[in-house]
Design a binder for this molecule. Structure first.
Ligand SMILES: [Zn+2]
Length: 291
């Protein structure tokens, strides 16, 4: 039986037993998306409002917009890469300058909740979720003069309403679910919403995210071990002509050691010579156009 949360509303090629090949542009062999969820303090506060009074946790979160993001921007510029930044609008209001700099450098900005509210856990149902979405869209317009067309929901944890609401409000894609390797479409009442699938193993948080009290994370991994995992995931996607979707958090991956490792990964990917590294919105639009 299909899982209840999306039965009859989502059909995928994978469910039909097929994983069609996607033709990537300009004869490229595979596609790569890099994205950074610029959470700042928001997930800590959303997890427990008392943490807003903990200088330690607020500083851990602030490392993202204050220190990690500028370092990441510098690395991306070095390789002339344009990526996506998914930003809670509470952070857009708190750190408008770094957000404007992200836009100025040609990166895509996507939706990531307001104060990192996980849709699946909202008590107020579709109404509360839509009100938060509209609030975020208003803040993006007011502070950055843009309208995001992509979303990574906080903690990549949608509710049964999320896809309908995103499509209703003009989104092209979201990047959350973990059931396939290749992009596909969700059917909603308002049309199709592209999924750019994710995976925990291509996310920095499980390897590096840490707090002693409250206990969060699984210890701190060596960046070399994580490099081995990400490189091999990329190699698999490259072999199959697939899609490699890497998710980072500036407060986590923005450390010097980890960005040196990410730089080596970028150099490895670029060294292939036939990989399409693009903003997720470009990958979603390409997928829609070539089907
Ligand atoms: Zn997040």
């Amino acid at each position: 039986m299909a899982p209840g949360y999306y039965s009859a509303r989502i059909t995928t090629e994978a469910e039909a037993g097929m994983e069609p090949t996607i033709r990537w542009p300009q004869g490229k062999r595979c596609a790569v998306a890099l994205s950074f969820d610029l959470d700042g303090e928001s997930p800590w506060i959303h997890r427990d409002p008392a943490l807003a009074e903990r200088p330690l946790h607020m500083s851990m979160g602030a490392y993202g917009p204050k220190t990690g993001a500028p370092r990441i921007l510098k690395v991306l510029d070095r390789y002339d890469l344009k990526v996506a930044w998914f930003i809670p609008t509470w952070i857009v209001e708190r750190y408008p300058d770094v957000c404007r700099e992200i836009v100025r450098r040609g990166h895509e900005v996507g939706h990531h909740g307001h104060l990192h509210e996980k849709p699946f856990f909202l008590q107020g149902g579709a109404e509360e979720e839509e009100a938060l979405l509209v609030k975020s869209l208003d803040i993006f317009k007011k502070v950055l003069d843009l309208r995001p067309r992509g979303s990574r929901l906080p903690s990549a944890d949608p509710s049964k309403h999320s896809m309908e609401l995103l499509k209703k409000h003009g989104f092209i894609y979201h990047s959350n679910l973990m059931d396939t390797d290749l992009p596909y479409c969700h059917k909603t009442q308002h049309g199709e919403l592209v999924e750019l699938p994710t995976a925990w193993c291509n996310n920095d948080w499980p390897f590096f995210g840490f707090s002693a009290v409250p206990p969060v994370g699984h210890g701190i991994w060596s960046q070399e071990d994580v490099f081995a995992i990400w490189k091999e995931e990329f190699e698999g996607a490259y072999d199959e002509g697939g899609f490699f979707n890497l998710m980072g958090h500036p407060q986590v991956v923005g450390r010097p050691s980890r960005m040196r490792m990410v730089s080596r990964l970028i150099e490895h990917i670029l060294g292939k010579g036939d990989v399409w590294i693009a903003r997720p919105i470009e990958i979603a639009e390409h997928y829609l156009a070539q089907r």
